[in-house]
Design a binder for this molecule. Structure first.
Ligand SMILES: *Cc1c(COP(=O)(O)O)cnc(C)c1O
Length: 389
C-alpha cells in the first residue's frame, strides 16, 4: 500500500471547481499583485485569527523578515530563537546582521523551553521568536512574562500553526507583538506557490508593516522608511480564500488521524500515553503530546506534522521507504550545529542543547494529511511495529 507523506492532489480534487474558478478570475481580471483579492483574504484572516491587522506577504520567511524590520532590528542585536525549527526562524535574524541566540527545546512539546530563556538575555537582546512547532502553541504566558520584564518584543513564528489556540483559547498570531504565517503548499493552509501573512493588534505596527510591504513608500515613491517587495499575489489570495473555510475541518481530520495513530501505538504496546523522553525497553516510541488538549479548545493542536521519536530512526525510515511509506525528518540538524552558524559557536559553548539534539537524532514525521484513510494509518503502524519487534 502506498502512503505518501502528503497528497496535495487529493485536496485539490475536492475543491477543483472553486479553485479553478479562482485561477481564471485572476487571469480575466489581470490584477496580479495585492488589490481586492488580497484585501478580501486579509479581512477574512482578521476574523479567523481574531486580530486587528492581517497583512498578506510573499512568504512565511518574508513574514518573519518584515516583522524583524518593523521592530527596528539592527546589526548586532540579539534575537532569542529555538535551536530546533525550520531554518527560516534563525536565517532571517542573520540576514539583518543581527545575532540568533539559540535555546534548547522543552522535552515534552519540543517547543522553545521558556525556562532556558532568561539566562541568555543580555543588554543587546531585542526580541524572542517562539515557534509553534508542528502545530501546537509554545508556552506563551511564560515567554510574554519574560519579554515584559526585559522590554523585549515577541515575534511568533506560526508558520506551522495557523488557527491554533493557546490554552486560554486565543489564537496564535495574537499572543505576541507580531504573528507570522506561511502559506507554503505543505502547511495546513497552503497556496499554489509561496505566500505568507503577518498579524498584529498594534495600530502603529499594523500601519508600518503595510507600508514596509511596498518598499516603505507612502505615498508611493516617497520613502520615510525602507521596506522591500513583500507583496502577496492576487492569485494566491484567491486560492486561499477558497481554502480558508475548509481549514478547520482539515485540521480536525488531522487531529483524528493523530488520535488514531497514538491509539494504535499504545494498543500495540509500543508507546504509553505519558511518553517520557528516555526511550527504554518497555517504551519504544515517544508519541507527540498535545499539552493543551484538556483546555477544551478545539484547535489545541493542528498537527501540521505528527512526529514520533524512536531509536534507530534512520533504519526505521529506510524500512518505511521500502514499504512505500513517506516520512521526513523535521529537523535533522539543530541551528547550533549548522555550518553557517559556526562563527557563533563561542557564544553558546556553555549552553546545553541536549533535548534538541535528542529530537534531531530520533524524530520522524509520519503521514498525517486529512485525506489519509484508516487503512493507510493501520498499515503505517503495522509496518513500524514489524520493524521494532
Ligand atoms: C515553513 C516555515 C517557515 C517559512 O515559511 P515559507 O513560506 O516557506 O517561507 C518559517 N518557519 C517555520 C517554523 C516553518 O515551518
Amino acid at each position: 500500500m502506498k502512503v505518501p507523506l502528503l497528497d496535495l492532489k487529493a485536496q485539490y480534487r475536492s475543491l477543483k471547481t472553486e479553485l479553478d474558478e479562482a485561477l481564471i478570475k485572476t487571469a480575466e481580471s489581470q490584477y496580479f499583485i495585492l488589490g481586492p483579492e488580497v484585501e478580501k483574504l486579509e479581512k477574512a484572516m482578521c476574523e479567523y485569527i481574531g486580530c486587528k491587522y492581517a497583512i498578506g506577504v510573499s512568504s512565511g520567511t518574508d513574514a518573519l523578515l518584515i516583522a524583524l524590520m518593523a521592530i527596528d532590528i539592527k546589526p548586532g542585536d540579539e534575537i532569542i530563537v529555538p535551536t530546533y525549527s525550520f531554518f527560516a526562524t534563525a536565517g532571517v535574524v542573520s540576514r539583518l546582521n543581527a545575532i540568533p541566540v539559540f535555546v534548547d527545546s522543552d522535552p515534552v512539546t519540543f517547543n522553545i523551553n521558556p525556562k532556558e530563556i532568561e539566562g541568555l538575555i543580555t543588554k543587546k537582546t531585542k526580541a524572542i521568536i517562539p515557534v509553534h512547532l508542528y502545530g501546537q502553541s509554545a508556552e506563551m504566558d511564560e515567554i510574554n512574562a519574560i519579554a515584559k520584564k526585559h522590554s523585549l518584543k515577541v515575534i511568533e513564528d506560526g508558520a506551522q500553526a495557523i488557527g491554533v489556540q493557546y490554552k486560554d483559547g486565543r489564537k496564535v498570531g495574537t499572543l505576541g507583538d507580531i504573528g507570522c504565517f506561511s502559506f507554503f503548499p505543505s502547511k495546513n493552509l497552503g497556496c499554489f506557490g509561496d505566500g505568507g501573512l503577518v498579524t498584529t493588534n498594534d495600530d502603529a505596527l499594523g500601519e508600518k508593516l503595510r507600508i514596509m510591504r511596498v518598499h516603505g513608500g507612502k505615498p508611493k515613491y516617497y520613502h520615510k522608511i525602507i521596506g522591500g517587495n513583500f507583496r502577496l499575489d492576487a492569485i494566491q489570495a484567491g486560492v486561499l480564500s477558497v481554502k480558508l473555510p475548509h481549514l478547520d475541518s482539515w485540521s480536525e481530520r488531522r487531529r483524528q488521524n493523530a488520535e488514531l495513530y497514538s491509539g494504535l501505538f499504545i494498543e500495540s504496546g509500543l508507546a504509553s500515553k505519558e511518553g517520557k523522553i528516555e526511550l527504554n525497553s518497555t517504551e519504544k516510541i515517544l508519541l507527540p503530546k498535545a499539552v493543551y488538549k484538556e483546555t477544551g479548545h478545539k484547535n489545541y493542536h493542528i498537527y501540521n506534522q505528527y512526529v514520533i521519536r524512536v531509536e534507530k530512526r534512520d533504519e526505521l525510515r529506510k524500512h518505511l521507504t521500502e514499504k512505500e511509506i513517506g516520512t521526513e525528518i523535521y529537523y535533522p540538524v539543530p541551528f547550533h550545529k549548522q555550518e553557517c552558524f559556526a562563527d557563533l559557536k563561542p557564544r553558546f559553548e556553555k549552553t546545553c542543547f541536549s533535548v534538541s539534539e535528542f529530537a534531531a537524532d530520533h524524530s520522524i514525521a509520519l503521514p498525517i494529511y486529512p485525506e489519509l484513510t484508516k487503512e493507510q494509518i493501520e498499515y503505517v503502524v503495522k509496518c513500524i511495529a514489524e520493524f521494532i519487534k
